[in-house]
Design a binder for this molecule. Sequence first.
Ligand SMILES: [Mg+2]
Ligand SMILES: [Zn+2]
Length: 189
Amino acid sequence: MNRAILLDRDGVLVPDEGLLTDPGRLRLLPGVPAALTRLTAAGWRLAVVTNQPVVARGLIDEAGLASIHRHLTDLIIAAGGPRLDGIFACPHHPEGTVAAYRQSCTCRKPRPGLLLAAAAAHGYDLARSWMVGDRPSDIAAGRAAGCRTILAETGKHTEAPIRGAGWEAGTDPDHRCADLAAAAGIILA
Ligand SMILES: [Mg+2]
Ligand SMILES: [Zn+2]
């Protein structure tokens, strides 16, 4: 079994710009490639778990989202960072405008479905893994999956909770810090 860092995308790897639909607008936050490299060098596997209701809102389709995520992977590699195991995205939203994606799914954080899918695909031991995110919903999902949790306090950490079920596990992180570089420091300490 592998130990992994489950990473939120917006606010942790790239700026949270709301509904990102253009791969050309994607840029990495400072220190991200180096932090990811430090983690993989220490034996941690990496996967991204991200809510992307842009699909349910009809702003892009799943192919467009996949193209954004190929670009994200390319940016990390081009900056000297490591290869990720995968990027797991929830395309749903309970109030989406595209019928096929308008649902109360089990993958939208704060539910833990994306983390469980990543673990099943790559053999992660979630009890030895970490979730790093910048919203309380990331922490709830991480706790529900049995991970240790780190809240990156980027500004979104004070936002109102995502509506609906999934908060049962609670939103108290094990650690708080400023960004991914600081989170890597906590994990590697
Ligand atoms: Mg985020
Ligand atoms: Zn979903």
